[in-house]
Design a protein around this ligand. Structure first.
Ligand SMILES: O=C(O)CCC(=O)C(=O)O
Length: 284
């Protein structure tokens, strides 16, 4: 278990992120990669079981949303010991209404494949005062509404399209002066932004960061694809970012703890009518 150390608490507060080296074992990484390898290459809008091909934009690669539906290797990440206690600490809310439906909720989870020329532009930042992604700490307790785990499934180094962060920008009060040249648009990346650092990761490393930090990625220059997973955690009163919901099959096979994290309102049942999949299919 990764019980938060004084270092974790100090540097997460100060910088807005932690680099968890060796969070997953080589065996866990191999099982996840094998799970992705057996999946067909999804295009945006295509389904494979309960996994959905989806893009944020034309140039940031393809996301396989609801990846926790893809088998045990992906289910194990829901409450993985390398970050579960850290998440509980940073999302916080213990002893308050925030825990009415449990300590955590995953509002989005996906695999991302990014090829040459692709990047995700700069987004987020403390100056936006966005509640969903907020960083907050009161009386020595954190109350962050979206804390991400981004997992490297192969080594990610220069030219690979590294995640880029502006350390401490979760507390910024003003727009970055150069923001207009880097923020969201199809042909942008974070390369060259003053204050941003490229996160070089080994396979199995995880980056834990509050979504309020300014972030995005470098453009992938090397051949081949960058492969990562992202699981986003927040308080149990949250709701799904895109309207997906866990399948009945997944809920039936999860442990009680995992079930509560993917579907905190245990007194309600997911219904086909409220599932994005039903609505997208009906709209065709
Ligand atoms: O793809 C990346 O490296 C960054 C991911 C990202 O921007 C996010 O998870 O919000």
């Amino acid at each position: 278990m990764a019980t938060p150390s004084e270092h974790d608490i100090f540097f997460f507060d100060l910088r807005g992120y932690l680099h968890l080296r060796g969070a997953l074992s080589p065996e866990e990484v191999a099982q996840i990669n094998a799970g992705l390898d057996v999946m067909p290459r999804l295009k945006p809008g295509q389904w494979w079981g309960h996994v959905h091909g989806h893009r944020f934009s034309e140039k940031d690669g393809i996301n396989y949303q609801q990846i926790y539906e893809a088998g045990p290797a992906f289910e194990n990440l829901i409450d993985h010991p390398a970050w579960f206690d850290l998440m509980k600490t940073f999302v916080g809310g213990e002893g308050t209404f925030d825990h009415n439906h449990g300590p955590l909720f995953i509002d989005e989870n996906f695999a991302n494949f990014r090829g040459p020329g692709e990047a995700i532009p700069l987004h987020s930042g403390g100056h936006m005062h966005c509640s969903r992604t907020q960083f907050a700490c009161h009386d020595g307790k954190f109350h962050c509404n979206q804390v991400n785990i981004l997992i490297a499934l192969a080594d990610i180094g220069p030219g690979d399209g590294c995640t880029m962060l502006v350390p401490a920008s979760h507390k910024s009060n003003f727009d970055h002066p150069d923001i207009a040249r880097y923020q969201w648009a199809n042909d942008r990346s974070v390369d060259g932004l003053e204050g941003a650092v490229e996160m070089h990761m080994r396979a199995g490393d995880a980056l834990l960061f509050v979504d309020a930090i300014m972030h995005g990625s470098a453009r992938r220059a090397n051949p081949g694809q960058r492969r990562i997973l992202v699981y986003r955690y927040g308080p149990s009163w949250g709701n799904f970012r895109h309207g997906y919901q866990p399948s009945p099959e997944l809920l039936a096979r999860l442990t009680p703890q995992r079930r509560q994290i993917v579907w905190p309102q245990q007194n309600l049942r997911p219904t086909p009518e409220t599932d994005l999949r039903t609505q997208l299919t009906a709209a065709k």
